[in-house]
Design a binder for this molecule. Structure first.
Ligand code: MEV
Length: 433
């Protein structure tokens, strides 16, 4: 019987004990965890079949964020990321959010969009009406191109035509890809219906490819935090006993975070960094589960710029004595096919999080994004980010200086305490053993 997503003191455990804990909190065995995570999860011989000119494999840290409750379900959230503090910060934010019931998440439509470009169209208006009249036929042609998807309940759902001017018209087909990310499926459909659309428009057939601005496949997540849960000092650990309340500052922190959010709404320079903080969480989950993070990034930023001004994907506002955050973004991910076929760690990541569908994965990644955003702006709006960052960065510096085992924490703590997190200081501290 698996447990929830709270594992007090997790960060203090060794690797083996952490795997043991995750096994107990998921339905995995320690052996399954060991096998899938050993040596980065993918064999060089397999890698050689995945991309070209392979020399080997390149690994990144695979961790798990704790404390997530999403739509009432606890989930351990797998994250692959090279940046210190991302996982700890997401876990801490998820813990604050958990106190008020956790994240609520929903999918707004679930359709992947593919585009067919038509150019040298003699009369755009005529082309648009001919194409529009032919939507039923085009949808049927699209269905015939992906019979297996249709058999399983997916397939083209809607068509659209857009007049781009200059003799250019573009047809969009919106497709339910079920649990696949769907790039291959929608590209197949675009190629299948392309020639007929060119005939109808009396133009020349151009590109047939998905759009990464998949704005018909969006996810929205919300979180509420009570002032009391914000008014605790930024924890160094995820252990409740180490959280020192700082009086009634929760209300002041709500105002500070609302101002930070407003800053991102008013200023593109800030919005870019604000969104980067969101993508720290989103991408880490997308990477862990073997999905295409470049596609997700492209969609996120195009969506952020949809009004003509690049804007924050998530905003935070006061509601009474609570802080309420909302993130909305396109998120095309899958739980079948692609990298998942060949990458045992990616399959393991889905099992750790108990994710069975593309929808659950999109919502989980978005919650990690909102949690990362909250953690970042909470730190920035209060004590600043460097103290927390530096103490985690100190661990990597300690390792670079040659520390192993218990020495890593000892050296990291020593150099972080001096405020000079340098290789030289770490080497000195290591030799002082
Ligand atoms: C660093 O990876 C992310 C932050 O810059 C995000 C932010 O500024 O909101 C801390």
């Amino acid at each position: 019987m698996s447990k929830g997503s709270r594992i007090p003191g997790f960060y203090k455990l060794g690797l083996d004990e952490r795997r043991q804990q995750v096994a107990e909190h998921s339905d995995l065995t320690v052996d399954e965890l060991d096998i899938a995570l050993r040596s980065g999860g993918i064999d060089p011989q397999v890698a050689d079949k995945v991309v070209e000119n392979v020399l080997g494999v390149y690994s990144l840290p695979f961790g798990v964020a704790l404390n997530f409750t999403i739509n009432g379900t606890d989930r351990l959230v797998p994250m692959v990321v090279e940046e210190p503090s991302v996982i700890a910060a997401a876990s801490n934010a998820a813990r604050m959010i958990r106190s008020a019931g956790g994240f609520s998440a929903e999918l707004l439509d679930d359709l992947m969009t593919t585009q067919i470009q038509l150019f040298d169209v003699p009369d755009n208006e005529l082309a648009v009406s001919a194409l529009t009249e032919a939507f039923p036929e085009l949808l049927e042609l699209g269905r015939q191109a992906v019979p297996n998807l249709v058999k399983r309940g997916g397939g083209p759902r809607r068509a659209e035509v857009r007049d781009l001017g200059e003799g250019c018209v573009v047809v969009h087909m919106h497709v339910h890809c079920l649990d696949a990310m769907g790039a291959n499926l929608v590209n197949t459909i675009a190629e299948a219906i392309g020639p007929r659309t060119a005939e109808l428009a009396k133009g020349t057939l151009g590109l047939r490819i998905l759009t990464n601005l998949c704005d018909q496949r969006r996810v929205r997540v919300r979180a509420r935090i009570q002032a009391g849960d914000l008014s605790r000092e930024r924890p160094k650990t995820d252990d409740a006993s180490s959280w020192a309340p700082v009086g009634d500052d929760g209300n002041a922190i709500i105002d500070a975070i609302s101002q930070a959010s407003r800053f991102a709404e008013l200023d593109t320079y800030r919005a870019a960094t604000h969104n980067k903080g969101i993508m720290n969480g989103v991408d880490s989950v997308v990477m862990a589960t073997g999905n295409d993070y470049r596609a997700v990034e492209a969609g996120a930023h195009a969506y952020a710029a949809r009004s003509g001004q690049y804007s924050p994907l998530a905003t935070w506002k006061r509601e009474g004595h609570d802080l309420v955050g909302e993130l909305e973004m396109p998120l095309a991910v899958g739980v079948v096919g692609g990298t998942l076929r060949v990458h045992p760690s990616a399959r393991l990541a889905l099992r750790i999080a108990k994710i069975d569908s593309a929808a659950e994965l999109a919502m989980t990644a978005a919650c990690a994004g909102l949690a990362s955003n909250l953690a970042a702006i909470r730190a920035l709006a209060t004590e600043g980010i460097q103290r927390g960052h530096m103490s985690l960065h100190a661990r990597s510096v300690a390792i670079a200086a040659g520390a192993t085992g218990n020495d890593v924490e000892r050296v990291a703590a020593a150099i972080a305490a001096t405020g000079s997190v340098s290789l030289e200081a770490a080497k000195r501290s290591l030799s002082e053993k």
